[in-house]
Design a binder for this molecule. Structure first.
Ligand SMILES: [Zn+2]
Length: 371
């Protein structure tokens, strides 16, 4: 009928200390970055029994990625995650296959699937997403030059003038020094960027002054989301979440190709292959209760605070309780979910209604399955 799961926790170093405690096992005194709800082999969700206790069973033992094509996460970022891009379907499939045959000896891809993601803010959330506008990007690089006598970024600026942001990236990575990185915030201020952006660059300097990828952040657009607002990032759009707490919904993939701001491996060559300059992030100024339905997303999402939402049979569905207790009502049964727990329904499970008594994220795949 429906399985109830809890999130599989990830303690990446960029997480907020105890940032996910209210949705997991509680405080650990260390960074808590993500809780995963899905069947991805990187963190299949543990099942919870009818008494609410965690079992040693997990969701991946019951369903495969065909039945559960989405991965949902609660994410808590204290400092910028890597500047990253996700591969589309064809790049992921080819890249993963090349690793399996040994043709590619580096471990770049985690699985053969496209990763397309949506972040819905649960509180103020900041990110770099997509390209900054051309004029501002060029002005930013000129301001960096002015603060670093002898530095010549004219080749990178020339690429930007022709709209070729991708070609400017390796040039900036080559030019990088920690002295230059330390001028990012001042450069941002000198071209009149708002205070929040200057602060974002101060964070980059504090955390990543020796990271070659830090110098590409001036090319990325700054984005501030309020609670209930969202950004959809199709595969191919470069981004870096800066800080905040949110719900993330994505195709069931962990394929992250990094360009910088990370201690993990960086694969600039593959990131450049993955970037698609024709795509932009979709920023959605939605409110709690609105349907979030990005163009070309294989899912719809609604954060519901009260009232009811129907989740019809025929597609994968998941309801994740965030605050208060919500109920999942079937024709002949009702289950209650506590914060941090999610009810998971495959396409073959019957119609269900979510009754919200507090905040619940309702996520439905738009890929219908034949009964
Ligand atoms: Zn991402």
């Amino acid at each position: 009928m429906s399985l109830v799961v809890r999130g599989a926790i990830k303690d990446y170093d960029w997480g907020i200390i105890d940032g996910l405690a209210r949705w997991s096992d509680g405080a650990t005194g260390s960074p808590q970055a993500e809780l995963w709800y899905g069947v991805h082999p990187g963190g299949p969700s543990p099942l919870v029994d009818s008494q609410g206790h965690t079992t040693d069973d997990d969701l991946a033992r019951h369903f495969d990625v065909e039945s559960i094509p989405l991965l949902v996460k609660l994410l808590a970022a204290a400092k910028p995650l890597s500047v990253q891009v996700h591969p589309n379907r064809s790049l992921a499939a080819h890249g993963y296959a090349a690793q399996q045959t040994g043709e590619e000896s580096r471990r770049i891809y985690s699985d053969p699937f496209e990763k397309t993601e949506l972040l819905v803010a649960l509180q103020d959330f900041e990110a770099f997403a997509g390209w900054r506008n051309q004029t501002e990007s060029i002005a930013f690089l000129s301001a960096i030059e002015a603060l670093n006598p002898g530095l010549d970024l004219s080749e990178a600026k020339n690429e930007l003038t022709h709209g070729n942001f991708k070609a400017a990236l390796p040039l900036l990575i080559q030019a990088n020094t920690s002295t230059i990185i330390r001028t990012l915030a001042q450069a941002a201020e000198s071209i009149g960027l708002e205070h929040a952006q200057v602060v974002a660059y101060e964070i980059v300097i504090k955390e990543y002054a020796n990271d070659a990828g830090a110098l590409i952040t001036p090319l990325l657009a700054y984005l501030a989301l309020s609670k209930g607002e969202a950004v959809f990032l199709p595969a191919g759009v470069p981004h870096s979440y800066i800080r905040g707490i949110g719900v993330e919904v994505m195709t069931s993939s962990d394929n992250v190709v990094r360009l910088g701001l990370t201690s993990k491996p960086v694969f600039v060559d593959h990131a450049l292959m993955a970037i698609n300059d024709d795509l932009q992030p979709q920023v959605m100024r939605t409110h709690i209760g609105d349907l979030i339905w990005p163009v070309n997303a294989p899912f719809v999402v609604r954060l519901l605070e009260s009232g009811t939402e129907r989740m019809p049979t025929g597609a994968y569905r998941i309801a994740l309780a965030i605050e208060g207790k919500s109920s999942i009502v079937f024709e002949d049964a009702e289950i209650m979910i506590q914060p941090g727990r999610a009810a998971v329904m495959s396409a073959h499970d019957p119609d269900a209604d979510v009754e919200a008594h507090g905040l619940v994220a309702v996520i439905q795949s738009t890929i219908l399955t034949q009964a």
